[in-house]
Design a protein around this ligand. Structure first.
Ligand code: F3S
Length: 406
């Protein structure tokens, strides 16, 4: 891969050890993927910052990079971590201490410690066509598909390396020719809720793997529905980009997305939608002791919906309710009284963390109800939880009764 003089200096260690480490990562990836050169990025988003992903060795490595002067050179946001720095949730003390050290190290490198998978909700919004280096699969599929930014599914180390150097290798979805659709899905199912979008996304993600699905008749989804749909595609499969005819910016019509390619057409009806729900449900007993919402992190609108459902009520003793969001949106929820309503009912509006990357199983919970297709997909494996999947209203009714009722 071609390197310019500045990039060669970084690789030779002339701009310090952190820049050298970062350039080694990018140079190796560029050579693996056959990239012609590095291109500048406008922003980076570092993921893998939970203690579950980083581990103690990763924490010590990050602290070492700080001591050696590591500083990001483009706006770099931080993904979800495994602790809520604003409160004691009862998680093990050493877990909290180590997680806070990881957060501090990245903040000391100049990253924004807003710790969330949805930085585009609060000011870090890429433009159409802009090259970025973001990790976090739900954010990547959203920025690529709904905004039309250019991003690959970066891992934590490569996103960090791009933040430190300002570059990423030119390959994959940074190139227009790699953004054409692979399979057409015609939606005939009735899609009426965010849970429906999640279930459909799960079904398709499982089927297509890393291919680029194209949707016809996807309805008129809200912002949140598009985010949850993308997160389902990206978790059940490796989808980093989808197109929806008439909805997403590169999909004005079938010609624009397939560009003369031949493609298979698959119908998505009620049967396929129902299969998506079944894929996401692993619950056996109907007693539920943990309800978690906000994966990806909730918007103010979604938090208000939960507050409206909980107003004047009390969740059942023995049930833990966590609603995940980030610092900026939690501040708004505080300002408008939604946090108080949720917490007066016995729930917790968390910041910074989420169920998958946090450690709620350390509290002894066993059975989860959620409206998140991504959480429902990962929680059995990553947290050892049985899962019931459905819309937010059903999850809140479950929090009030402790039972998942069909
Ligand atoms: Fe975000 Fe955690 Fe879900 S990072 S997408 S809330 S698994």
């Amino acid at each position: 891969m071609y390197l310019n003089d500045e990039q060669k200096q970084m690789l030779a260690g002339e701009k310090g050890e952190p820049a050298q480490v970062a350039m080694e990562i990018l140079n190796a990836l560029g050579n693996i993927y056959g990239a012609e050169k590095l291109i500048p990025v406008k922003s980076a988003h570092c993921a893998g910052l939970s203690l579950k992903s980083h581990g103690i060795a990763g924490m010590e490595w990050a602290e070492d990079m700080v001591r050696k002067g590591a500083k990001v050179v483009v706006p770099t946001t931080m993904n979800v971590v495994g602790v809520d720095r604003s409160r004691d949730l009862g998680l093990p003390a050493d877990w909290v201490e180590h997680q806070m050290r990881i957060e501090k190290a990245y903040e000391d490198m100049g990253c924004y410690g807003t710790s969330s998978c949805v930085p585009y909700y609060y000011g870090f919004l890429p433009r159409f066509g802009e090259h970025i280096a973001w990790a976090e699969s739900s954010a990547v599929v959203f920025t690529n598909s709904v905004i039309g930014a250019r991003d690959n599914r970066e891992g934590g180390p490569s996103a960090w390396a791009s933040g430190i150097t300002g570059y990423t290798p030119l390959h994959g979805l940074h190139l227009d020719e790699n953004r054409t659709g692979d399979i057409l899905f015609k939606v005939t199912a009735n899609i009426n809720s965010i849970a429906d979008y999640g279930a459909l996304g799960n079904y398709v993600g499982k089927m297509v793997g890393e291919k680029i699905p194209v949707f016809e008749n996807l309805g008129n989804p809200s912002l949140e529905e598009l985010v949850y749909f993308g997160s389902a595609l990206a978790s059940a499969g490796g989808v980093a980009l989808f197109h929806a005819i008439g909805l997403t910016p590169e999909a004005s019509d079938l010609n624009a997305v397939f560009k003369g390619k031949t493609y298979e057409t698959i119908e998505l009806g009620q049967k396929e939608l129902e299969q998506g729900y079944q894929n996401l449900t692993s619950g056996k007993g109907k007693d539920v002791d943990y309800v978690a919402l906000g994966c990806p992190h909730f918007t103010l609108n979604q938090i208000k919906e939960v507050a409206d459902l909980l107003e004047g009520k009390r969740i059942k003793d023995g049930v833990t309710l966590w609603v995940h969001t980030n610092i900026p949106i939690k501040q708004m929820a505080e300002e408008f009284g939604y946090r108080k309503i949720i917490e007066d009912a016995g729930g917790v509006l968390t910041q910074d963390l989420c169920t998958i990357l946090g450690n709620p199983e350390a509290l002894g919970v066993t059975t989860l109800a959620t409206n998140s297709p991504k959480m429902a997909f990962y929680a059995p494996g990553s947290n050892g939880l049985d899962v019931w999947y459905g819309d937010a209203n059903k999850c809140i009714q479950t929090a009030l009764t402790g039972r998942w009722e069909n």
